[in-house]
Design a protein around this ligand. Structure first.
Ligand code: 13P
Ligand code: SF4
Length: 350
């Protein structure tokens, strides 16, 4: 059956979605987690959606898995589990509810479906893509294999199921160095993020790493000069960069890690000033937990992640639209590559 076309007016017929200061006040406990970054009038707009989604979630026996790049209203208001790509993939294997709503991008929903195929996996906006996932196809992987015969293909999870299916093992930013180091071959092919590959090559010098020419449109915007200038103007700022940034940007940073690695670092270190060189919502999501930290720097948003909104989550759960399907043979092969990553990460104690 085809999905119904998104209709805000249909939602309004079924739910009372008018801004409600009264409901906002009733849900003050949730608001306390984001009141440093969400204004009271905005919370009065969000509160009816948050209430409706949390009620509907129970009726549908659904759980919401949300990436660290979601906005605070989603991250704190409706998510059952938040995390980085590896944590979300592992969590997807453990879900017992009937429905998973993936608040993130399409490849994340596909990964959940691949790992837990009996569940209905919904993505609230099918257009929530990723520049890395769009940069390579299974033919691209075959081309790399032909160029470097015998070299294993380590593929970032930010890819389609077809690309995962054509790969030997997956990785995320939190386990890429260890996964690459564990490969038996001297040469390792990494797809599709050239910057992640170049950053990992520095950490694993014993391997010859060759890469596909893909990049994340959010992280490639940062330059080493911007970071160096920022440090000169604000010498006491702790600079923390995601490894999807170019290597000269990572070299300017005090720490680099996956999104959850970054959150853990800031929680642990509590610097007076921090610049998170990654997607903008990360700082907003922990601003209330860490009032002692002043988050500074530019706000680069991922246009794909930002397609996921409370309104679309409600629509998706209301109509059960946005179900992600992966063809069985592709899913089977992709599952092997993703499961290998999960098993190896566990064996390595990651
Ligand atoms: P991680 O959460 O695994 O660090 O990934 C970042 C990212 O860009 C996801 O799209
Ligand atoms: Fe893809 Fe970059 Fe957006 Fe992550 S932040 S979904 S890697 S475009």
């Amino acid at each position: 059956m085809r999905d119904k076309i998104f209709s805000p007016s249909e939602l309004e017929r079924h739910y009372d979605l008018a801004p409600s200061p009264a409901l906002a006040a009733e849900m003050a406990d949730l608001y306390a987690k984001m009141d440093r970054v969400v204004s009271p009038p905005d919370w009065a707009i969000h509160a009816p959606y948050v209430a409706a989604i949390n009620k509907l979630k129970k009726e549908r026996n659904a759980v919401i898995l949300a990436h660290n790049y979601m906005t605070p209203d989603i991250y704190h208001g409706i998510a059952d589990f938040v995390g980085d790509s590896l944590q979300l993939a592992i969590k997807a294997t453990e879900v017992e509810a009937d429905v998973i709503v993936q608040c993130g991008v399409h490849f994340m929903a596909e990964t959940s479906k691949i790992l837990n195929p009996s569940k209905t996996v919904l993505i609230p906006d099918m257009e929530a893509g990723c520049s890395l996932a769009e940069s390579i196809t299974a033919e691209g992987v075959a081309k790399m294999r032909a160029q470097y015969p015998g070299a294993p293909v380590v593929t970032y999870v930010n890819t389609t199921a077809e690309v995962k299916a054509a790969s030997d093992i997956c990785c995320t930013s939190s386990n890429a160095a260890q996964i690459v180091a564990a490969m038996e071959s001297d040469t390792v092919i990494m797809t599709p993020d050239k910057y992640l590959a170049q950053n990992i090559a520095k950490q694993v010098p014993q391997k010859r790493i060759v890469w596909w020419d893909g990049a994340c449109i959010v992280h490639e915007r940062y330059t080493a000069k911007d970071i160096a200038d920022y440090r000169e103007w604000n010498p006491d700022t702790r600079i923390i960069a995601h490894p999807e940034c170019p290597p000269d940007v990572v070299a300017e940073a005090d720490f680099s890690g996956s999104t959850s690695g970054i959150l853990d670092y800031v929680h642990r270190e509590k610097p007076a000033k921090a610049m998170l060189v990654t997607e903008c919502s990360m700082a907003s999501n922990i601003a209330d937990e860490l009032p002692e930290v002043d988050f500074v720097g530019p706000c680069n948003m991922c246009p794909y992640m930002k397609k996921i909104t409370l309104e679309k989550v409600l629509w998706s759960l209301h109509t059960m639209s946005g179900a992600v399907e992966v063809e069985a043979e592709v899913a089977g092969k992709a599952r092997v590559a993703v499961q290998r990553m999960i098993d190896l990460s566990r064996d390595l104690g990651l």
